[in-house]
Design a protein around this ligand. Structure first.
Ligand code: RIB
Ligand code: CA
Length: 328
């Protein structure tokens, strides 16, 4: 059910295109009290990711702008692995290419900057301040969260829930046959969070791939609802949607991160199953794979469920929420 009052929330993001759409939703939702947006390396480097978050805030123009704090510049163990080929060289569809009718940049240089506070500190301070009321929505690799656990485990364990866009239970990976991108980039961090004991909801590819957004629908929406936000959505999704057209024959994209925000707002959008999940960190072919124990004879006494894994989604209701929340 949808929470009646605005709930304290932090979004942890790697600053890509679907992250941006998710942040638009969160900024516009009356059910979310967005305390901060913490940023890390993933789709793009952490500095560009922070600029992208600031860009979204500038375009949406919320009454209260959330604090934006930079965190980890690279995964716990593995080298950085970016997705510029998918999200564009700036991580946001290469916005510099777009001009106004008078030739001026449609997206001029920003005057806002990220806070000097470190993202891991921001996460721990919020856990201390809001405790069980706080929901963290993780839209990128889990490096910031793993670092917060390594720095002050008992404090981060105070949070109510972490809704994670990541992993896959019964479907293949996306960045490899075995792994979803966020878990592939930092499998060590993902496993640290799996072992955290914090209530986790996994919004994996099983449901994200059932949340498509077609190019023609985005363009029709912007035509019928002209605004800075709808123009931004058309602009920033161009390269991302072309990637899916060329690689999957679908001119559109999947709303991975927006679905995670949707689930944080209204958990009835999905059906979940509690499972015991681990993330492979060493596999030559399977690094980043999320492995859920689905056996009938699973030994839950020894391996108790650690994740509520989303296996079904009400796509129609989610897409209605998405369109409601991108509306200025
Ligand atoms: O696998 C999809 C996830 O990886 C999304 O969060 C996308 O933004 C990328 O970070
Ligand atoms: Ca992301």
């Amino acid at each position: 059910m949808t929470n009646p009052l605005p709930r304290p929330m932090i979004i942890d993001t790697d600053g890509g295109v679907d992250d941006a759409l998710a942040i638009v939703m969160a900024l516009n939702s009356e059910h979310i009290d967005l305390k901060a947006i913490t940023v890390l390396a993933g789709n793009i480097d952490v500095h560009q990711a922070a600029k992208n978050v600031l860009r979204v805030i500038d375009i949406v123009g919320p009454e209260q702008s959330p604090l934006v704090a930079k965190g980890c510049t690279k995964p716990l163990v593995n080298p950085p692995f970016y997705a510029a080929g998918i999200h564009g060289s700036d991580g946001l569809g290469e916005l510099d290419q777009f001009k106004n009718a008078d030739g001026s940049p449609r997206y001029p240089a920003l005057t806002t900057e990220a806070a000097t506070e470190d993202a891991v500190e921001v996460l721990l301070k919020a856990a201390k301040a809001y405790g069980n009321d706080l929901t963290i929505v993780a839209l990128g690799p889990l490096t910031n969260l793993a670092m917060a656990l390594e720095k002050d485990r008992p404090t981060l364990q105070k949070v109510g829930r972490i809704v994670i866009m990541g992993g896959a239970v019964k479907v293949p990976g996306n960045i490899s046959a075995a792994a979803e991108f966020n878990f592939f980039v930092d499998p060590h961090a993902a496993q640290v969070v799996m072992e955290s004991g914090i209530p986790l909801t996994l919004v994996g590819l099983d449901v994200a791939m059932q949340a498509p957004l077609a190019r023609k629908d985005v363009e029709a929406y912007a035509q019928q609802n002209p605004s800075n936000v709808s123009q931004f959505i058309v602009d920033c999704t161009g390269i991302y949607m072309a990637f899916y057209r060329e690689n999957e024959g679908f001119h559109g994209c999947y709303l991975h991160d927006p679905l995670a925000v949707g689930v944080a707002i209204n958990s009835s959008l999905v059906t979940t199953e509690p499972v015991y999940m681990v993330v492979e960190t060493e596999g030559r072919f399977t690094s980043g794979m999320s492995l859920a124990d689905l056996r009938d004879r699973r030994d839950e006494a020894t391996f108790p469920p650690n994740v509520d894994a989303c296996l079904g989604v009400d796509t129609e209701r989610f897409l209605k929420l998405f369109y409601d929340l991108i509306q200025p």
